[in-house]
Design a protein around this ligand. Structure first.
Ligand code: FRU
Length: 453
């Protein structure tokens, strides 16, 4: 969670010189140097992923990014990080901000992790392909052999058929001069805009992660306002034509968007997601106190039979204390609301877990459902995932978020929920009704140490 204000996408994830760095899209409640409250980056760093400290706002919007330092990524080389991001500019006036009135600059800042260099303008709106609208953003940069690559999300002009999403691939030999390699899209429009695209390898398999906007909702898929997922068989980077093929949603909960990954010094492919969504039709519980949103826990990605598995990094287990074993039907009270549960189902055709008073996770007829009452859901009701068989489940819960990992991380459901607190303690009652299955759980310590409210 940010110390105050608004958080969205994880940005600039990396590890170098002994520290992990997690940047966030951040709009603090305090005005920047020019007196405006505006979106910038926030910076967390620390020697391990469980103890990241908030370091403040490393740079603020200025001439190149007057209306926001938007999302971007980090490339680590020679003990430095190169931060690439989008400088958003919205000209005042009566514009639609799709085909007129907007600029998106691709900007580079070099850092040793503590000091942040000047903003270097790399390219901008005039340089993007003519088929693009003015929505081009979110550079994700990586290196392969001796070449640097960058992918950016774009909304292409579609004329009568409507706009369509695409990813612009660039390459460079010096990290500063970039040449367009290809525009990747689909035969039929897959949404009108792709945000935060990323080309990545998981255990040697190339996949593409993207956040398409504009897909039709379905009862068991695409239930949120915008989607976030991956195309598992993307082909080689050099291929002119790539296929989106089957699109797999990263997460089936109410709150997940704009994930980003990086490879840490142990070689793990780690993903953070934003446990939230833009333009959502309901209100976050804490919005009135100008304190909104959080990231997911860091998740390790692995590949199994064409599917990317997501699991919390193993150091999260270090936060466990007070193991409890529960029989089915038993209730556990978490005094600070934070817990971690593991369940290996014996017989799993139907089960139900209740959190707080009005939050349920249940399984019946091959469908996992997460239901929130009006009070605890803040206006959200139900999310469903079709899962043929649930063999095991891990649940991370704290006073306002649930992360549910099914079948070794094959399906994940991330959701904020707002339990009705009793007294001044953040007690949370969790009850399992799991047909004779024994549950192992732990109370949990908190992750980040220096939130000073
Ligand atoms: C995704 C996104 C990005 C953009 C950023 C702005 O949530 O819309 O495309 O760079 O947020 O905060």
């Amino acid at each position: 969670m940010p110390p105050d204000g608004w958080l969205n996408d994880p940005n600039g994830l990396c590890q170098f010189n002994g520290n992990y760095h997690v940047f966030i899209q951040y709009m603090p409640n305090t005005p920047g140097p020019d007196g405006r409250i505006v979106k910038s980056w926030g910076h967390y760093a620390g020697p391990d992923l469980m103890h990241l400290e908030f370091k403040g706002v490393p740079f603020w919007p200025g001439e190149l990014d007057y209306n926001g330092c938007y999302s971007g990524s980090a490339l680590v080389e020679d003990g430095k990080a190169y931060l690439y991001y989008t400088g958003n500019i919205k000209h005042p006036g009566d514009y639609d901000y799709i085909t007129e009135g907007r600029e998106s600059n691709t900007i580079l800042i070099e850092t040793d992790g503590e000091h942040f260099g000047d903003k270097q303008f790399l390219f901008g709106t005039k340089d993007y392909p003519a088929e693009c609208t003015l929505h081009v953003r979110d550079p994700k940069v990586w290196k392969e052999n001796d070449t640097y690559y960058m992918v950016q999300g774009a909304r292409m002009k579609g004329g009568a058929d409507g706009d369509y999403g695409s990813a612009l691939f660039y390459k460079s030999h010096d990290k500063k001069n970039w040449e367009l390699v290809k525009i990747q899209t689909t035969d039929e429009a897959f949404g009108y805009m792709w945000e935060c695209p990323e080309y990545l390898e998981v255990d040697g398999h190339a996949i593409m992660s993207l956040c398409p906007q504009g897909l039709e909702h379905e009862p068991y898929r695409y239930q949120n306002i915008y989607q976030s997922g991956y195309a598992p068989e993307i082909g080689e980077l050099e291929d002119e034509k790539q296929h989106i093929g089957d699109f797999v949603e990263w997460d089936m909960g109410f709150d997940f968007y704009a994930p980003q990954t990086f490879v840490d010094e142990q070689g793990r492919r780690i993903m953070f997601g934003w446990a939230g969504l833009p333009d959502k039709p309901y209100k976050n519980f804490y919005a009135d106190s100008y304190w909104e949103n959080c990231l997911t826990v860091p998740r390790v990605l692995t590949y199994r039979d064409g599917v990317v598995l997501q699991n919390p990094v193993e150091e999260l287990n270090d936060l466990r204390y007070d193991e409890v074993r529960l029989a089915s039907d038993e209730q556990v009270i978490l005094p600070d609301g934070m817990g971690d549960f593991e369940i290996n189902f014996k017989n799993s055709s139907a089960w139900r877990v209740s959190f707080a008073e009005g939050t349920y996770l249940s399984y019946a007829d091959g469908v996992v459902s997460l239901e929130l009452s009006d009070e605890e859901g803040g206006g959200r009701k139900i999310r469903r995932a079709k899962v043929a068989e649930v063999r095991n489940m891990r649940i991370l819960v704290d006073t306002s978020i649930l992360e549910i990992y099914l079948n070794d991380g094959e399906y994940v459901m991330t959701s904020r929920f707002y339990p009705s607190y009793k007294g001044d303690k953040h007690d949370l009652k969790v009850k399992f009704d799991c047909d004779g299955t024994e549950i192992t759980g732990w109370k949990m310590h908190t992750m980040v140490t220096n939130i000073n409210l």
